[in-house]
Write a protein that binds this ligand. Structure first.
Ligand code: FAD
Length: 637
């Protein structure tokens, strides 16, 4: 029998970023006991890194903004592949979630007349991102942690124990979800510091583990983004959707190499920064795609006027959705008009006074000054695409955030559907708040409805422990493998062969490489013991990265069109036959180390009539097939 520290909760939330914390608050406010588990320090989640802001149609900067405009922008950004119900809930509820944060103690930047200030971002019709300088994510996390402390104080007053209802388990990695007769029964993991095992008995688990960026070599993501939640869910029997859609943010730092990939917020362009090539040309004017023609300025003069007068002018194409800008930069570099280190220039220095830049973008100023010795108030930055966000994730019910496994819920970046084929900037922070709350509520309602609680079986615990320890004692028989070597090989092939521009022959080569890694992963060996051992931690994470990478590659091979974050060189057009198709990934066998991946095609539920009527027929005709539009009011009138 495995020696394990054991805890019992109503709900276990895995992940302490924005989605996880909002879920914790909701489940606790419904009266349930909650454990929040995070593999990094409490307070160090990706959400902290979010710079630009949180999208919510409060209409403070332009009173014409409302949830319908936000909904339309989100669907357009995702090229109409989004789960429309999620996009609807998100657009409707985001303003309340932002206001609610202020009741928890957040303080957003203000307009001159004291309202929450909102900034421009790519793909958003009106200034919509509530922000705190360029440190919005930090304020979000700070505030929700503060709210959790206040709930713990209430619990102390009632139960004499601060942790009676909410307990934080930081630097603790969950390696397996446990099920009983198909229902969630708990979660198994280890303390990163001691290596000791920990078991949570719980009928409901909320996954809020973030993204998968560490499967790619150049990424804005930090070490935690190894696709754990995606893989945990899949191994427990849930499904992933949209995994072919990976967002390459157009503006990562390209120099120096030690910081390659680190993000330069879209807020730089929202506040006036422009992209230029080596010929000093603002090249984005040449890259407005047909579907967006007419919505963006076609001269520099109009684009510049738009920053101060948005009623009379159209927005700058520097603020096209991210997929469009990333592809444009890629083309400029390919055509030989790139910057010395393989990117393009992002110039805000010549557009705003130095003091204004430092005031609006303090973190960007310090990041470039300290990490690259570039003064962004005096010279342009060199930027290029970096793997940033995964639109794909765990398939959930839009209203309850429930996955297909009873007792399993997911929210935030590890869930799928909301953003379709491409996420608009700022729509993640609002997604975390809207669906984090819904996941907490969904989990609470589920627990409330249970007549009997599932039980964790000892044999499952033994198997989870054996799996976690296998890198110390691999079965033998093959060549010993180093986890760092395998990780580097995986990142390189995903970056080179399933990156921003893809083609069948390259994706097939990536799949061969992944099969090769799969055949070697069972022989990964780590040295030393269980006390803080980064090699072991990576070995544990590696099987998650391998599984999600295979999902990305298999789905990318099947989708023979280009849409949003998925660009096929051999199928460069968007194909309306694919618009409504979801590629669903699931495991095809029980191999505990690296299960086979199966991908099937499924149709989305057609959009409700009242929502589809929010779009002009002429716009929908660019995306939809004729039969799909037969009942549109524009055709039936
Ligand atoms: P995270 O905040 O990443 O939290 C994940 C949590 O899961 C962490 O606590 C981690 O430790 C934990 N975890 C992971 N695996 C395990 C495991 N196995 N066991 C236990 N715990 C685990 N979006 C916007 O809307 N606006 C922006 O301005 C913006 N700027 C960004 C800037 C940068 C540099 C980056 C990288 C992203 C930005 N994004 C932005 C995207 C946004 O920040 C993320 O999508 C979002 O924060 C994800 O939140 P989350 O709650 O899903 O996950």
């Amino acid at each position: 029998m495995t020696e394990v520290e054991r805890h019992g909760y109503d709900v276990v939330v895995i992940g302490a970023g924005g989605a996880g914390l909002r879920a914790v608050i909701e489940a606790r406010e419904r009266g349930f006991s909650v454990a929040v588990v995070c593999k990094s320090l409490f307070g160090k989640a990706h959400t902290v890194m979010a710079e630009g802001g949180c999208a919510a149609s409060m209409g403070n900067a332009n009173e014409r903004d409302n949830w319908e405009v936000h909904f339309r922008d989100t669907m357009r950004g995702g090229k109409f592949l989004n789960n429309w119900r999620m996009a609807e809930l998100h657009a409707q509820e985001a303003p309340d979630r932002v206001w609610e944060l202020e009741t928890y103690g957040a303080l957003f930047d203000r307009t001159a007349d004291g309202r929450i200030s909102q900034r421009n971002f790519g793909g958003h019709t009106y200034p919509r991102l509530a922000h705190v300088g360029d440190r919005t994510g930090l304020e979000l996390i700070r505030t929700m942690q503060q709210k959790i402390v206040s709930l713990q104080q209430e619990d102390f007053a009632e139960h004499g124990d601060y942790e009676a209802k909410i307990k934080v388990f930081a630097e603790c990695t969950v390696t397996e979800l446990l099920t009983d007769d198909g229902r969630i029964s708990g979660a198994f993991g280890y303390w990163r510091e001691s290596g000791r095992f920990i078991l949570f008995d719980a009928p409901a688990v909320v996954l809020a583990t973030g993204g998968i960026g560490k499967s790619f070599k150049v990424t804005s993501n930090s070490w935690e983004y190894t696709g754990d939640g995606h893989a945990l869910a899949m191994r427990a029997g849930a499904k992933l959707i949209n995994m072919e859609f990976v967002q390459f943010h157009p503006t990562g730092m390209v120099w120096p190499p030690s910081v390659k990939g680190i993000l330069v917020t879209e807020g730089v362009r929202g506040d006036g920064g422009v992209l230029k090539n080596t010929e000093n040309e603002r090249f984005m004017f040449s890259y407005v795609p047909d579907v967006f023609k007419g919505q963006y300025a076609d001269s520099e003069e109009e684009a510049d006027r738009w920053y101060t007068d948005q009623e009379a002018n159209r927005r700058t194409p520097d603020l096209l959705p991210r997929d469009e800008v990333a592809r444009a930069i890629n083309s400029e570099v390919k055509e030989g008009r790139g910057s010395p280190h393989g990117g393009v220039f992002l110039d805000i220095a010549s557009r705003l006074p130095a003091e204004e830049i430092k005031k609006r973008l303090p973190s960007m100023y310090h990041q470039f000054k300290e990490l690259a010795d570039v003064d962004i108030t005096a010279e342009p930055m060199e930027v290029g695409p970096t793997c940033h966000y995964v639109m794909g994730g765990i398939e959930v019910d839009p209203d309850t955030a429930a996955a297909s496994v009873p007792g399993l819920f997911a929210a935030g970046e590890c869930s799928g559907g909301m953003h379709g084929s491409n996420r608009l900037g700022g729509n993640s922070l609002s997604d975390l708040l809207v669906f984090g709350r819904r996941a907490g509520l969904g989990a609470a309602s589920y627990v409330d409805s249970l007549e009997s609680r599932p039980a964790v079986s000892e044999s499952d615990v033994d198997a989870a422990a054996k799996m976690a320890l296998s890198p110390f004692d691999p079965p033998g028989g093959g060549t010993e493998e180093n986890p760092y070597t395998l990780h580097t090989e995986l990142q390189q092939s995903m970056n080179d062969l399933v990156g921003i521009i893809r083609k069948a022959e390259e994706i097939e080569r990536a799949l061969e490489k992944l099969a090769d890694i799969k055949s070697r992963i069972g022989n990964v060996v780590v040295e030393g013991h269980r006390q803080f051992n980064p090699g072991w931690h990576l070995a544990v994470d590696l099987r998650n990265m391998l599984l999600v990478s295979e999902c990305v590659a298999r789905a990318a091979l099947l989708r023979t069109e280009s849409r949003g974050g998925h660009t096929r060189d051999d199928h460069p057009q968007m194909d309306s036959q694919w618009r409504n198709a979801l590629l669903v990934c699931s495991t095809a066998d029980d191999d505990p180390v690296a299960p086979a991946v199966e991908v099937s095609r499924k149709e989305q539920t057609p959009m409700r009539d009242d929502l589809i009527a929010l779009f002009e027929l002429t716009e929908l005709e660019k995306y939809y097939t004729d039969p799909e539009l037969a009942s549109h009011p524009g055709r039936t009138d």
